[in-house]
Ligand binder design. Structure first.
Ligand code: RFL
Ligand code: PHB
Length: 390
């Protein structure tokens, strides 16, 4: 079997890349190791930058998002009981974010690929990218026990942090940057009205809390917890009590509680490869970088990678121009690192770091006060939150 681009991974990066390439007339096959039902049900991101929304519209999957996704023109920081609203639109010349879950993005992308007859094999085991250091790359895998091989021009590694693509690339560890945080996020989804109409990122000495949502009747809350936390140790009542204790009193008093319909712990990590290209293998999304979720940047970065990569492949196929492919890694990483900086900064500002000396905690408060007092500081936050230019 032969195709132009083999895409490993049917997360948002892989599906969006295959859709954009297809619309330009470039064939691809997507190889996914999990079932479609499993991929569609993973609850993750919820905040989409305006440029990522535009990319989804260009890919023909913006209709439901535009109809049902809420536009947010502000978000809130709470610090030791004090609230600060960041007027995203007012500080950025009218730019906003949209609340639209990754589960919905993935569902629309799967449906769009299906409608266009796109090949997405969600049975692919033992996927291995091969020969990408030469002119004739190929991928081997098995599906239902039968070994298969697909020859191609390029391989796109969109298989997330634990995927096989990055692991198959020649690894210069000295170029990889990583920071693991001593805590994770315990997330709960519940069919309750959100405690506030906009997102609230809250610092408390007990730890960080985030009040987010999927709609005005579906709330998503997170608590900072130690990295090795078992969600089973957090029955719903314990979760709600702890959330209340970390929010400013006025907000906590209005918290509507109910049974959780999902509960899970996600570790926090900052990670980036030194290079996103290895010959004819290109990495995109979480396969190349991880940011802590505090800045809501992971999915959005997968989007900007896919934008750069799809444009570069189109330049190569239709103009015979290799420049954009040659510069893909540098272009994508330049934006990745600015989002790394922002995500690290938000994480550092809003979390309670175990063993932090009093000096650091005092600096955290000063940073928050700086934001309260300086519009310039708020603009920097707002510009990053709505998304830096592609
Ligand atoms: P994904 O979504 O991990 O998809 C990779 C796919 O590859 C498959 N795969 C393989 N397939 C074949 N062979 C193999 N060997 C394979 N190994 C893996 C996997 O099964 C999977 O289907 O990566 P992708 O496409 O790069 O997308 C990245 C995003 O999923 C991620 O960055 C975001 O979810 C991060 N994130 C957030 N991002 C935002 O922009 N805004 C947010 O508000 C936000 N909130 C979050 C988040 C991530 C979270 N968790 C759970 C990590 C909140 C949380 C709690
Ligand atoms: C979410 O709603 O899941 C969410 C929102 C904002 C973040 C992270 C996660 O920064």
């Amino acid at each position: 079997m032969r195709t132009q681009v083999v895409i490993i991974g049917a997360g948002p990066a892989g599906l969006l890349l295959s859709q954009l390439l297809d619309l330009a007339g470039i064939d691809s096959v997507v190889l996914e190791k999990r079932s479609r039902a499993y991929v569609e049900s993973r609850i993750r991101a919820g905040v989409l930058e305006d440029q990522f929304q535009e990319l989804l519209r260009r890919a023909g999957v913006g209709a439901r998002m535009d109809r049902d996704g809420e536009i947010h023109d502000g978000m809130n920081l709470a610090f030791d009981g004090r609230m600060l609203r960041i007027d995203l639109a007012g500080l950025t010349g009218g730019r906003t974010v949209r609340i639209w879950g990754q589960t919905e993005v993935t569902r629309d992308l799967f449906e769009a690929r299906e409608a266009r007859g796109g090949a997405v094999l969600d049975c692919a085991e033992d996927v291995i990218p091969r020969g990408f250091d030469g002119e004739a790359p190929y991928v081997t895998f098995s599906c239902g026990g039968a070994s298969q091989r697909i020859d191609c021009d390029f391989i796109a590694g969109c298989d997330g942090f634990h995927g096989v693509s990055r692991a198959s690339a020649p690894n210069d560890r000295s170029e990889t940057s990583e920071r693991v945080y001593p805590f994770g996020w315990l997330g709960v989804l519940s069919e309750t009205a959100p405690v506030a109409s906009e997102l609230v990122y809250a610092y408390s000495p007990r730890g960080f809390a985030l009040c987010s949502m999927r709609s005005q009747s579906l709330s998503r809350y997170y608590l900072q917890v130690p990295a090795a936390t078992n969600p089973d140790d957090w029955p719903d009542d314990r979760f709600w009590d702890e959330l209340r204790a970390r929010l400013p009193e006025a907000l906590a008093d209005g918290l509507e509680t109910g049974p959780s319909i999902e509960k899970s712990v996600a570790p926090l990590r900052s990670f980036a490869v030194g290079a996103m290209r290895h010959g004819r293998l290109f990495l995109a999304g979480d396969a190349a970088h991880i940011v802590p979720p505090t800045g809501a940047k992971g999915l959005n970065l997968a989007g900007s990678d896919v934008h750069y990569l799809s444009e570069a492949l189109i330049q190569w196929y239709f103009n015979g121009d290799p420049v954009a492919l040659d510069t893909y890694s540098d272009r994508a990483l330049a934006r990745v690192w600015k989002s790394q900086r922002f995500s690290w900064w938000m994480t550092r500002l809003m979390h309670s770091f175990p063993d932090d000396p009093p000096f650091n905690r005092r600096l955290q408060r000063a940073e928050f006060e700086m934001l309260e007092e300086s519009q310039a500081a708020q603009i920097v936050l707002a510009e990053n939150y709505v998304g830096l230019p592609y």
